[in-house]
Ligand binder design. Structure first.
Ligand SMILES: Nc1ncnc2c1ncn2[C@@H]1O[C@H](COP(=O)(O)OP(=O)(O)OP(=O)(O)O)[C@@H](O)[C@H]1O
Ligand SMILES: [Mg+2]
Length: 320
């Protein structure tokens, strides 16, 4: 075997240094995922559910996560909620390193820092407790004095518009009411981050709207940073930022101005300069295979191969 050349070694060392360097700038991020990987290994197969996902969410944001079935949305949420561990990469939430957390820190993290709402209404509430008791329960594990728990739980139900449900058990509530109580349970300990995995998935449109309104209140009035996975265009159209996950990575983002108008498309540019174009742009402009780039004074143009960049076709030009 021949010895590697010195310059090859230098290249390899540089690559190793680059691989260790964070890809994402934490900035003001309350939630920071950097090159996050989650591989599920079963006896026969290996599934790469997250394949180097980058995401920064700032304090106070309300973000919708969308993407095809199997793209990795639930996997991401279970990691952020402290239920699951990533295989590699970096994940920080409110100062907690999710890969390095020990058992005690993880338990505290799940009780204080994050709240979680599942899609299945039955999974969020204990059937033999009333709405008020369900909301008061998580406070038992924190330092809320006993006599304050019921008062605080009642206040929370009030803020989320479900005060009328306080003395009913889950079986006596509609699906939408159950999910709104679930939002109250998830916010009982004033978490910094509220995570919801398709919380409106089992509901009709009107009930889904009510649940989403409760999430917004948790965001706007209780100050929780919200990440909500949804297939519901009504939800993703109402948040300022929608992040699309494709094949275990964040692909494109849509940012809307106040009032939900004037959506702008964004995509993530990685350190190697790679970016993913939204599928409908690719289709609309017939982009495939090789595309042509033009350097403009203040932007880069992307053209289908064969067009000239000035609106005419290569064949037109040749015919002139
Ligand atoms: N426990 C597991 N063991 C093996 N593979 C898994 C496991 N959980 C998820 N996967 C696989 O990981 C990939 C991502 O799954 P995930 O549940 O995160 O997708 P999703 O975006 O939430 O999809 P959906 O919209 O259908 O809920 C899928 O291919 C899935 O089959
Ligand atoms: Mg899912």
């Amino acid at each position: 075997m021949t010895e590697p050349h010195e310059s090859d070694l230098r290249t390899l060392e540089k690559r190793a240094r680059d691989a260790r360097r964070p890809r994402v700038d934490d900035g003001d991020g309350l939630v920071v995922c950097d090159n996050l990987v989650r591989v599920y290994r079963t006896e026969e197969v290996e599934v790469q559910a997250l394949q180097g996902l980058d995401l920064v969410v700032e304090k106070g944001e309300c973000v919708a996560l969308v993407g095809a079935s199997g793209s990795g949305k639930s996997t991401l949420l279970s990691i952020l909620s402290g239920h699951d561990l990533p295989t590699a990469g970096r994940a920080r939430v409110a100062g907690h390193d999710l890969l390095a957390m020990g058992r005690r820190e993880r338990l505290g993290y799940r009780r204080h820092t994050v709240g979680f709402v599942w899609q299945q209404t039955g999974r969020n509430l204990l059937p033999y407790l009333t709405a008020l008791e369900n909301v008061a329960l998580p406070m038992k594990y924190t330092r809320v004095p006993r006599r304050e728990r019921a008062t605080r739980a009642a206040e929370l139900l009030d803020v989320l518009g479900i005060a009328h449900c306080r003395d009913r058990r889950p079986a006596e509530l509609s699906g939408g009411e159950q999910q709104r109580v679930a939002v109250a349970v998830a916010t009982a300990n004033a978490p910094r981050v509220l995570l919801a995995d398709e919380p409106t998935g089992e509901l009709d449109t009107a009930s889904g709207e009510d649940v989403f309104a409760a999430l917004r209140r948790a965001n706007e009035e209780l100050g929780a940073t919200v990440l909500v996975v949804t297939h519901d265009p009504l939800v993703s159209e109402q948040v300022r930022r929608t992040v699309r996950i494709r094949d275990g990575r964040t692909s494109t983002e849509t940012l809307r101005g106040p009032g939900g108008t004037a959506a702008e498309e964004y995509t993530v540019l990685d350190r190697a300069g790679r970016l993913q174009l939204p599928r409908d742009y690719v289709d609309r402009y017939g982009l495939r295979g090789r595309v042509r780039l033009t350097a403009e004074p203040d932007h880069v143009g992307v053209w289908p191969d064969g067009s000239t960049g000035d609106g005419t076709d290569e064949t037109d030009r040749r015919g002139r």
